[in-house]
Every structure is written in structure tokens, then in C-alpha cells.
Design a protein around this ligand. Structure first.
Ligand code: ADP
Length: 419
């Protein structure tokens, strides 16, 4: 295992694993710390749920993941967080990075959430989302991790006792040797963590080369591409051509959507123009109506003719109305449980290719299907690959899409690409 990765949430883990595959590594994602063997791969990404939990608990679960990765031969450790540096006032990026540094007995690491392909760039330590600063982007209003300061040196310094520095763009642009030189100078100044500027994939590759021997790298998914491309260029990857190959899966196809994001609403509307779709009503669920049973009966009638979509996806006004009646959490849980039961029912009915929209929804579906591990296949859209679920009762191809990812025709594109 060249790279052992610890990701602070589920779809973020998939995003990183997909980047590594794109760069030529064979990768699997595990749901939590594995309790059994994993296949022979170049990278293992352990998905935790440690982004917004208490920082002590985040440290505990991250160290458990680290122990497993080291015990299974990981040559380098990668702590993956969101490309918008999502963190609470307590962290957890700083505290977890610091705990990993102590455990790995290392006195230096980088912090680089850049993901240029998705518009996340860093210049002079300031993180941009598209054309605006992080603090002017939608992230300023995030319900759990509002990001009100775009200066990552300041944000990270507030989360750690280690001294935080910066590798500026003018250095990064001069390439790996210049980056290494700057890191050596920062170490002389007792800096132990450095935010690294990056505005393009070429910068990520330079950073990947400069950091190839670093025991710990902390970053978004972008630097993963740089590390993989560097490993490929150095001839360390023996299976580049078949890195994203998945065995063929036979069976029916379906889409389940529990995301209410702008992108998913558009994707559902696009699908409905030419494919069968059924909406499940949260209020009918709350009234104890046989919504899941009826939806399954509907799906079973149609599955032989082609893929179907079952969705709870609604507009913000509709969601607010449901939440006002049922409560935010209760409504979310009710819909997640229903979609998870539907996933089980669909698999029992012969579905083996399943697209799921929604981060929390994906987590609920994966848990209901008893999946412990995902082998990462080819990318469908940036950040979303096809995966093969392993560890459950059946082999199922899963495409797990977090809310705002994917183009408007994502569902048909995904199913078309493995038909
Ligand atoms: P995203 O990735 O877009 O954030 P998630 O699946 O993570 O999607 O979150 C969407 C949440 O909204 C889930 O908890 C889901 O159960 C809930 N939900 C879905 N449809 C509705 C609805 N019609 N009314 C209320 N809540 C809903």
C-alpha cells in the first residue's frame, strides 16, 4: 500500500479515492476501520464521520484508522478533508493533523485543500471558491461548518498549537525543488504546518513530487492526484491501465434520490422527461402509509423494461413545509430510512446497478446494504466514480453522488456508462 488515507466524511473519501484512480492507483474505500483483509491495492481510503463531531472523538477515530493503515503497510499517510476546509471552531482539521503528526513522529506537514478542477484554488493562503473568496461563498452560511475567514493560515493557526506557515504561489510555480527548499526554510523558523498555494493541476503535481517522502500529508482530494501522478511518473505504479477497471455487473438498474440540492432537483427533472419516476411523500410516510411497499411494487413492474427513479427530492419550500410539520431531523431520518429500505427491496428484486443521490442518503443506503468496502472504478463526473460494493450479500455497482455534484444528465450518464 503506497498511500493510506483517512477521510473525515463518506463522500469526501469517495472523491479522494476517485482522484487516486484517475492518477493511476488502484484504490478501495472502506466504511470505517476495516475489520478484515482488503484486496491488493495501491491506496486504501478509510471513510470516517469525523468532520463535525467532538474533536477528541475525531482524534480517537483517526488514530484508530492510522494504526490499521500502518499495521497494513501504508508507506505514506494522507489526511483528507473538504476542499472548502470545512471545520468547526474547534477544528477538527488542526487537532487531528497534530495528533497524526505525534503518532507518526514527524515535525512537518502541509495543508492544501485545493481542487482546481472544481474551482477551489489557493493564492497567498487565501482559498477561493470559483471567483469569490471562501468567506463570500455559500460556505459562509453552512449550517454546521460556516467558513467566515478565507485566510487558511489564520483558520488553521486558530485550531492548533503548532506554528503555521505558507508556501506561496511564486515558490510553487518554480517547481518541486523550490517547494522543498521553502519547506526546509520554514522548518528552520520552527513552522510545523504549511498551507500551500495551488491554482492548477500542474501545481498539484509539483506539490505531489515535493511531498513524496513526507510521512503525513493533509489535503483535499486534489493533492491525491499530484501524489498519484508523481508515483506513476516514477514507475511505482504497476497497474495504471487497469486502475479503474471493475468487473462487469449484470442485473437491473435504479436511481434513488434523497438529496434536495439545486443540482439534484435539476437532475431529477431531467430524468423525468424520458424515464419513469415515482415520488415518495414524507408526510405519507409519517402517517404510516405503506409508501415503501407501494413504491417497490411499482418498481418491480417496470424494472424489466429499464431503469426507474424513486425520489424524495423536493424544492426548498416543500422541504421547509415538511420540516415544519415533522421537525428537521425527524424528517431527514424518516426519508433516509425509507430510501434505505427501498435500496434493500430493489436489490432483492434484482437491481445490481444503483445510483444514489445525497451524502447522508448514500450513507444510509450503504449501511442498509451491509457494504463494508467499495472498489473504486471509473469517474462518471468530477468527484463521483462508479464503485463496486464488496462485503455485503451481493456484488452491486454503486454510484454515490453527494448533493451538488454531477451534470444535469448525471443519472442517465451514469447508467449509460455501465450498461
Ligand atoms: P445532500 O448531499 O444534497 O446534502 P443528503 O442526503 O446528505 O443530500 O441530505 C438530504 C437530507 O434531506 C436527508 O436527510 C434526506 O432524508 C432529507 N430529505 C430528502 N427529501 C426530503 C423531503 N422531501 N423533505 C424533508 N427532508 C428530505
Amino acid at each position: 500500500m503506497i498511500l493510506g488515507c483517512i477521510a473525515d466524511d463518506f463522500t469526501g473519501a469517495t472523491d479522494l479515492a476517485s482522484m487516486l484512480v484517475k492518477g493511476g492507483m488502484r484504490a478501495v474505500q472502506t466504511i470505517g476501520v476495516p475489520d478484515g483483509p482488503v484486496p491488493d491495492v495501491d491506496a486504501v481510503v478509510i471513510a470516517l464521520k469525523s468532520r463535525t463531531i467532538d474533536s477528541r472523538e475525531a482524534i480517537r477515530s483517526s488514530l484508530a484508522a492510522l494504526r490499521w493503515l500502518k499495521a497494513n503497510g501504508a508507506q505514506q499517510i494522507y489526511f483528507k478533508y473538504c476542499s472548502t476546509f470545512d471545520s468547526t471552531a474547534d477544528g477538527n482539521i488542526g487537532p487531528v493533523a497534530e495528533a497524526l503528526m505525534i503518532a507518526l513522529n514527524t515535525d512537518f506537514t502541509i495543508a492544501c485543500p485545493a481542487f482546481p478542477e472544481n474551482g477551489r484554488t489557493i493564492f497567498r493562503g487565501y482559498l477561493y471558491v470559483g471567483d469569490v473568496l471562501l468567506s463570500e461563498s455559500g460556505m459562509k452560511d453552512h449550517p454546521l461548518t460556516p467558513m467566515t475567514d478565507a485566510n487558511l493560515v489564520r483558520v488553521l493557526q486558530a485550531q492548533t498549537t503548532r506554528r503555521v506557515g505558507l508556501v506561496r504561489y511564486d515558490t510553487v510555480a518554480r517547481g518541486p525543488a523550490a517547494i522543498r527548499e521553502r519547506i526546509a526554510a520554514l522548518k528552520e523558523e520552527h513552522v510545523e504546518m504549511a498551507v500551500v498555494d495551488a491554482v492548477s493541476d500542474a501545481d498539484l503535481v509539483a506539490i505531489g513530487e515535493a511531498c513524496e517522502d513526507m510521512p503525513l500529508v493533509t489535503a483535499g482530494s486534489g493533492v491525491g492526484l499530484g501524489l498519484a501522478r508523481n508515483a506513476a511518473a516514477k514507475g511505482r505504479l504497476a497497474h495504471i491501465k487497469e486502475a479503474g477497471a471493475l468487473p462487469r455487473v449484470e442485473g437491473a438498474s435504479a436511481v434513488l434520490s434523497g438529496s434536495c440540492s439545486v443540482a439534484t432537483n435539476a437532475q431529477v427533472a431531467e430524468w423525468m422527461k424520458s424515464h419513469p419516476a415515482l415520488r415518495i411523500d414524507p408526510l405519507a410516510l409519517a402517517d404510516g402509509m405503506p409508501v415503501v411497499k407501494d413504491a417497490l411494487a411499482w418498481a418491480k413492474e417496470l424494472l424489466g423494461n429499464g431503469p426507474v427513479l424513486i425520489y424524495a427530492t423536493s424544492t426548498p419550500e416543500e422541504v421547509r413545509a415538511v420540516q415544519a410539520k415533522l421537525g428537521v431531523e425527524a424528517a431527514g431520518k424518516l426519508v433516509e430510512d425509507a430510501l434505505a429500505s427501498l435500496a434493500q427491496g430493489l436489490v432483492e428484486a434484482g437491481v445490481r446497478k444503483l445510483v444514489v443521490a445525497g451524502g447522508e442518503t448514500s450513507g444510509a443506503v450503504v449501511q442498509a446494504l451491509g457494504v463494508r468496502m467499495l472498489r473504486i472504478g471509473p469517474q462518471i463526473d468530477p468527484g463521483v466514480p462508479w464503485t463496486l460494493a464488496e462485503g455485503g450479500q451481493y456484488s452491486i455497482a454503486l454510484a454515490l453522488k453527494s448533493g451538488n455534484f454531477g451534470g444535469v444528465d448525471f443519472f442517465a450518464k451514469a447508467l449509460g456508462s455501465i450498461a
